[in-house]
Write a protein that binds this ligand. Structure first.
Ligand code: NCD
Length: 309
């Protein structure tokens, strides 16, 4: 099997286990490429990609752009704050205008859940979801699983806890789908108010005691509290949140075993993890960022090879 079962990457929900394996094998190859003195391959010289960011992003945008350039694609960037969206143009009109300039692939981040699915039904280009509201963030989940595989040998059978604001996090949902697909044991941990009511239906364990969760896991993926998505208070104060759900070095040292710490970024140092944890050898946060480029190269390459057929 050498091609993806999908023509777009809209969410992990639409992938199967073979797709994930193919993406990882392809990323292994690109990881080797980006560690060479000449970090570029000519694979996508005939492909034009538009990065459409309707919501803020630093590392995801940079990571996609770098991945595209390392594949030698032509790249155009668009961010909503400088665009005609502010003048009332619809999403489909904006995208169709861009596509009329002969764009083959669109990488889109959008505040509305489902925006990329909607787009894929209305425009003729391959769509990659770079985060749609609190819904999915598939490339983040792929790079997270890839980093676990790199660190622990495999994802299958490993105990992974996702800690924090599960309710508003697209990273959480995509990670749950991806980890379950690969046979990991998944737990979510956070304040009750930030855990969706029926999340156990996805086959995950729920724990509100961080110490217990950390003693259970091999890997803890620490999420940022998504304040920008909250209209009400979900916990009394940031200080109290940190006391109950923040990871510090003393807590890590009190565990039965050495666990791996992950974070999708951006980190709020001193809130979900302290600096000594973020900068410790147990944290693989910068490996995640590096793997992000290889994973995005793999996804773009595999989708582009379906366009070319
Ligand atoms: C995440 C996101 O935007 O969903 N960050 C990222 O993609 N690097 C997580 C977050 O914002 O907390």
């Amino acid at each position: 099997m050498s091609e993806l079962s999908v023509n777009h990457l809209l969410g992990i929900k639409y992938l199967n286990k073979n797709d994930i394996e193919l993406i990882f094998e392809t990323a292994d190859h690109f990881k080797e490429v980006i560690n060479r003195p000449i970090k570029k391959v000519p694979s996508l010289r005939d492909i034009t990609i538009a990065n459409l960011f309707f919501e803020n992003s630093t590392r995801t945008k940079l990571s996609f752009e770098l991945a595209e350039k390392r594949l030698s694609a032509d790249v155009i960037n668009f961010s909503a704050s400088q665009s005609s969206v502010k003048k009332g143009e619809t999403l489909i009109d904006t995208v169709n205008n861009i596509l009329s300039m002969k764009v083959d692939m669109v990488v889109m981040r959008h505040p509305n859940p489902g925006a990329s699915v909607f787009l894929s039904q209305h425009v003729d280009a391959s769509i990659i979801n770079a985060g749609d509201g609190a819904h999915e963030h598939p490339t983040q989940a792929l790079l997270d699983s890839y980093s676990i595989r790199e660190k622990l040998g495999e994802v299958k059978g490993k105990n992974i806890v996702i800690v924090g604001d599960i309710l508003h996090s697209r990273v959480a949902l995509s990670n749950i789908y991806a980890l379950k697909l690969q046979g990991a044991n998944v737990m979510v941990c956070g304040p009750k108010t930030l855990i969706p009511k029926h999340i156990d239906k996805l086959g995950v364990k729920v724990e509100t005691n961080l110490h217990k969760a950390l003693n259970w896991c091999d890997v803890a993926n620490m999420l940022r509290v998504q304040n920008e998505r909250m209209e009400i208070s979900y916990f009394p104060s940031t200080r109290e949140y940190t006391q109950q759900f923040g990871v510090n070095k003393t807590l890590l040292d009190s565990l039965d075993k050495e666990i791996t710490i992950m974070h999708p970024g951006p980190i709020n140092r001193g809130v979900e993890i302290t600096s000594d944890v973020a900068d410790s050898k147990q944290a693989i946060i910068l490996d995640q960022v590096q793997n992000g480029v290889a994973i995005r190269m793999a996804v773009i390459y595999l989708l582009a090879s379906k366009i070319k057929q």
